[in-house]
Unconditional design. Structure first.
Length: 364
């Protein structure tokens, strides 16, 4: 027999259960033709918005997840759609009258033609057309179609799997590097017979350290080199024509055959090193240079052909007529430099271009 107290508690529980059920039922709207039309209208509006906002290609498809239980109001002025987050995976749909809003998940699928690997490949492989193929895949973002010709002959710098998309970071321009088959002592010749070759990505070897076959001609080791060591430019010395100081040169002093000569010496490759007497024509030292110093481009600068207060002849040409005017330089000037000059009689200032020692041409 049930106690009256128990019965009272059961009735309270029943009333609570009914209340919860009624509350939940009020929140759920079962699909009707009317709600389906509103859902389709909202879906279409979201898809149109995404196409414009994200500039989707014709091959792209956007889908919206709308819960069947979501109550969608009549919105006479149309829904206002926006992308509230940077990941572009959620849209915010709003209506001003009646006041209503909701967040909806979206998915964007793009049909893209991708260049992929036709088989598993190891790092160090030179790519051929047979290693690559074009596949149609669905992607989350638009992927530009790479061209087969852009990758054929390039070097793989990492292992890849069949079907994996080809991207620029997988490959590099191949260059040939030299590896010592035997140890070579300092000063001994480094010949092709002592070397083997390997292919490596160009980004792994700095340009100024690459070794060419030409650099190996008459080359000797700059230091002791170990077997298996990859050769770089600084490992080699070869004979180069170099301009060498024969007598100390002071700062600002002119360079000439009296204090400089060409010598054939063993040295590393130095792009800044000078090797012909024509390199020092009408130049002066930018610093003190001691005897035996190998001259670099930074050691010299053009020497002034005209000094301040020098008497200068200005050549003025007009048709077949040539006039020479004597002027005074207001500043130093090197070849082809524009300088200011003064007429000593009138004090008038003119500008002219240095054409040689003591000579300028009028600048119109």
């Amino acid at each position: 027999m049930t106690d009256l107290g128990d019965t009272h508690e059961m009735l309270k529980f029943f009333d609570f259960t009914v209340a919860v059920w009624l509350f939940l039922a009020s929140a759920v709207v079962f699909a009707t033709p009317e709600t389906l039309d509103r859902r389709q209208l909202l879906d279409d509006q979201i898809v149109d918005y995404l196409s414009q906002a994200l500039n989707l290609a014709p091959s792209a498809a956007a889908t919206v997840s709308i819960d069947n239980r979501l109550e969608i109001p009549e919105c006479p002025d149309g829904f206002r759609i926006s992308l509230p987050y940077k990941d572009h995976q959620t849209v915010l749909a709003e209506c001003d009258d009646p006041r209503w809003s909701t967040y909806l998940r979206i998915k964007i699928a793009i049909v893209s033609e991708l260049l992929t690997y036709g088989k598993d490949l190891q790092a160090g492989k030179l790519l051929t057309a047979a290693d690559l193929r074009v596949e149609t895949k669905v992607t989350r973002q638009a992927v530009p179609r790479e061209q087969v010709s852009d990758f054929v002959g390039r070097l793989l710098v990492r292992p890849v799997k069949q079907g994996q998309a080809v991207i620029a970071s997988h490959i590099d321009v191949p260059i040939t590097v030299f590896v010592l088959k035997v140890a070579v002592e300092r000063g001994d010749p480094v010949t092709l017979a002592k070397l083997s070759t390997e292919l490596k990505g160009s980004t792994s070897v700095p340009i100024n350290q690459r070794v060419s076959s030409q650099l190996l001609q008459d080359a000797v080791a700059a230091r002791n080199l170990a077997q298996g060591q990859q050769l770089v430019a600084n490992d080699l010395l070869r004979r180069w024509p170099r301009l060498v100081v024969t007598k100390p040169i002071a700062y600002g002093q002119a360079l000439s055959p009296e204090n400089v000569e060409v010598q054939s010496i063993y040295d590393v490759e130095k792009p800044q090193a000078l090797g012909a007497m024509t390199d020092i024509t009408q130049t002066q030292a930018t610093r003190t240079l001691s005897a035996g110093h190998t001259i670099l481009a930074t050691d010299i600068r053009p020497a002034p052909l005209i000094r301040k207060l020098d008497n200068v002849n200005m050549i003025i040409e007009s048709g077949a007529l040539t006039i020479t005017v004597g002027l005074v330089a207001e500043e130093d000037g090197v070849l082809h430099e524009l300088i200011t000059l003064r007429n000593p009689d009138s004090g008038e200032q003119l500008q002219g271009i240095v054409t040689g020692p003591g000579r300028v041409k009028l600048q119109y």
